[in-house]
Design a protein around this ligand. Structure first.
Ligand code: DGJ
Length: 719
């Protein structure tokens, strides 16, 4: 038997928070077992907890182990687990199968939630395992594990991931896929025997990251059904899995995806997994989103100031940088009410196109003889904050940096990785490369009054080898980038950082521990954005998601749309503008200024309230909104995305309001006047209506017969 067995007394723990119960059995002889994760069970006596454990013991099956085994947080083959093991690794072929026993247990119980720390050992394999499991006040759960090599020779780690059991009532799997400019495409399938495995080897979170991997009862939707969801919080390679074994046991697991030889633990060294989050809801995907949003909003560093109206230069001028033009754009930005001006790509040495210059983080003296000062000063004199684009992890082979330090490029061997956007990736695990990038960014942030960095990352990591033998370097690169963010934030605490990666390709909860908002997509066509935002908000609250009003036709899809559809779509996130304002007509500028003014009026509501998405009855039609946490106010968008089959729409339900409260529903200017088919005047819109939250949620109001790509804003206020 492994040493340490019996060092702790077995016990069963019950943590509760925000309508969630987590019951964990910590036996003396194995890693903990999650007995229940889901609905709040109320106060349970020690006897009831013990009986809950007993009630969960399965019968022995024919031709199976003599003693049935529960699903452990770290499933181990030594307990007869026939599914994906929690730990894979070896010491030159030995120590490949573990049997951990607890050596110390620490419990911190709070008024809402709590924390369990279990230290385990396997003295035969020479390994120590630390398990952290927390129930947070939002009702979210999170876990991670730390593996330490307590032996004298190297332990080669292949995989480490904890597993959470979910009950047999789950029959469907839901997650997200996607591609550049169409990130976060929902997909759903029956939950059957076997595994649904989502793996990412891009070296960044990716357009097709599941974001949330959810399982639930049949037909679960936005507002109904019981759902268990998982998010793996990591910006490098990662894996999320739902697995159902032939005995019906179903688990959610997630963690980092390690490349061969990427983590080789010398004696005494440790590896820690990313945090993996779990969310349970008995009111569908909105309930899952609410838990993530509440958790994110409770972080001490969550943005607390009003999210400013951004004007970004990218789709306005691209690489065509000219001081007079940029200042003219800044004046136009100030006129419509913008509050932050972001100079996107193109300002540094050799950067006249995306072929060259990445790595040369000096203001280009040819274009900017006086540095960026005239622009920064001009922008700030207009009362706007100044923001700057950077892409610090990257290097163009056509750059002074690559010519001086070709060895700083991540590569698998002698050959360079295949190019992508003509660029390669700097090896930030190399301390010299790391220091150089840090020094350059620090110098720029020290010289100029910069409030904001748009931090881009425009390629996948391919054959990302590091160090003398070019060993896989994604793990170290990912941690190094986190350190780089942190050190810059320490030196320049006032600077906000946006995580952008070819649009929305680096969106996860760990990058948001080091940055302040994300760019959801390079596609700002409002029709695509309706979907992209709807699903990005499955994880993130709207104040963390950048959304800009672009040009018509859209630069990414060439689809045309009304300004009201573009602005009414961007409104529901962190609002901005990304088009050449100087070329807009006076009417359009005036209309845009009205949308900016509305955003300023409602951002307090939108950025603290509860996200509501009505379950769709017609695929050409959407209803979403935000309800104030005290239920006194709400803003809904009734969105016609396509052409409906029916001649006139029926009622749309406005869910999420307080049932007993009487509300007045009115059209909200300037989103009050969509293009319609047939008659304009809906009787209730002309006269206004007062209805209870219960009636609005259960019956609703008739929607106007809108043309495709139109939206109507509804303000719903407590009378
Ligand atoms: C990709 C980003 O997603 C865009 O918004 C823009 O910043 C370009 N890079 C600039 O090269």
């Amino acid at each position: 038997m492994a040493a340490g067995a019996g060092a702790v007394e077995g016990r069963t723990l019950h943590l509760r928070a925000a309508g969630v119960s987590l019951v964990v059995d910590v036996p003396a002889t194995s890693v903990p077992v999650v007995v229940h994760w889901g609905a709040d069970l109320g106060d349970l006596s020690a006897r009831h907890l013990a009986d809950l454990v007993t009630a969960g013991r399965t019968a022995r099956a024919n031709n199976d182990l003599d003693e049935p085994q529960p699903v452990r947080l770290l499933p181990e083959a030594s307990w007869g687990w026939s599914g994906r093991p929690g730990l894979s690794g070896h010491r030159a072929g030995a120590a490949w199968s573990s049997r951990f026993v607890p050596t110390a247990v620490e419990v911190e119980e709070g008024s809402a939630g709590g924390r369990l720390l279990v230290e385990c050992a396997d003295d035969v394999a020479g390994l120590r395992l630390g398990i952290e499991l927390e129930l947070l006040p939002s009702g979210l759960l999170r876990h991670r594990a730390t593996l330490t090599n307590a032996g004298s020779d190297t332990y080669e780690l292949a995989d480490l991931a904890l597993s959470l059991p979910v009950p047999e009532v789950t029959t469907e799997v839901f997650d997200l896929a996607g591609r550049w400019a169409k990130e976060r495409i929902p997909q759903r399938r029956p939950l059957t025997f076997g595994s649904h495995v989502r793996e990412n080897r891009r070296g960044r979170t990716g357009p097709d990251a599941p974001l949330v991997l959810a399982v639930g009862t049949a037909g679960f939707g936005f507002r109904q059904g019981e759902v268990w969801a998982q998010h793996t919080a990591f910006s490098g390679n990662h894996r999320s899995v739902v697995e159902r074994l032939n005995n019906g046991s179903t688990t959610l697991s997630g963690g980092e995806l390690l490349l061969p030889g990427e983590v080789r633990l010398a004696a005494g060294e440790s590896y820690r997994t990313p945090w993996v989050f779990g969310a349970w809801s008995d009111r569908g995907l909105d309930g899952i989103a609410a838990r993530f949003h509440e958790h994110l909003r409770s972080r001490p560093h969550h943005p607390s100031s009003p999210r400013p109206v951004v004007v970004n230069t990218w789709e306005a001028v691209y690489f065509d940088l000219d001081l007079d033009k940029l200042l003219e754009l800044a004046r136009a930005a100030a006129e419509v009410g913008a509050e932050r001006y972001v100079l996107d790509d193109g300002w540094f040495r050799h950067r006249r196109s995306d072929d060259a210059g990445l790595g040369d983080w000096y203001v280009d003296e040819g274009v900017w003889p006086q540095g960026l000062h005239p622009l920064v000063d001009g922008v700030r004199a207009l009362g706007l904050q100044f923001g700057l684009w950077v892409e610090p992890e990257m290097v163009n082979p056509d750059s002074d940096l690559a010519r001086a330090h070709p060895d700083w490029i991540l590569r698998g061997g002698d050959r360079l990785p295949l190019p992508s956007r003509q660029q390669q990736v700097l090896d930030l695990g190399n301390p010299d490369a790391f220091s150089h990038v840090l020094e350059r960014l620090d110098a720029i942030l020290s010289e100029y009054e910069i409030s904001y960095l748009k931090w881009d990352h425009n390629r996948d990591l391919v054959e990302a080898g590091s160090g003398p033998v070019r060993a896989p370097g994604v793990h170290e690169q990912t941690l190094a980038v986190y350190r780089l963010f942190d050190e810059l934030r320490r030196r320049h605490p006032g600077v906000e950082i946006e995580s952008c990666s070819s649009g929305g390709l680096r969106i996860d909860l760990e990058v948001l521990e080091h940055t302040d908002r994300v760019w959801a997509s390079d596609c700002i066509d409002p029709l695509e954005r309706q979907d992209i935002q709807r699903w990005t908000m499955q994880l993130l609250p709207p104040e963390l998601i950048g959304s800009h009003v672009g040009a018509s036709p859209s630069h990414t899809t060439h689809r045309s749309s009304d300004l009201s559809f573009r602005a009414g779509t961007a409104l529901f996130a962190s609002f901005g503008i990304e088009t050449d304002l100087t070329r807009l007509s006076a009417d359009d500028r005036e209309e845009l200024a009205r949308w900016v003014s509305l955003y300023k009026d409602v951002r307090g509501l939108l950025h603290t309230g509860t996200l509501v998405r009505a379950d769709d009855v017609d695929p050409s039609f959407r209803v979403h909104g935000t309800v104030a946490t005290d239920g006194s106010d709400a803003l809904f968008a009734v969105v016609q995305t396509g052409t409906p089959d029916g001649s006139v729409p029926g009622r749309v339900r406005l869910p999420g309001l307080l049932p007993q409260v009487e509300y007045e529903v009115t059209a909200q200017e300037p989103g009050h006047d969509p293009a319609v088919r047939g008659g304009r005047d809906l009787p209730w819109l002309v006269s206004g209506v007062r209805l209870t939250g219960r009636a609005l949620g259960a019956v609703g109001v008739v929607a106007p017969a809108m043309q495709p790509q139109q939206l109507l804003l509804l303000r719903v206020r407590r009378v």
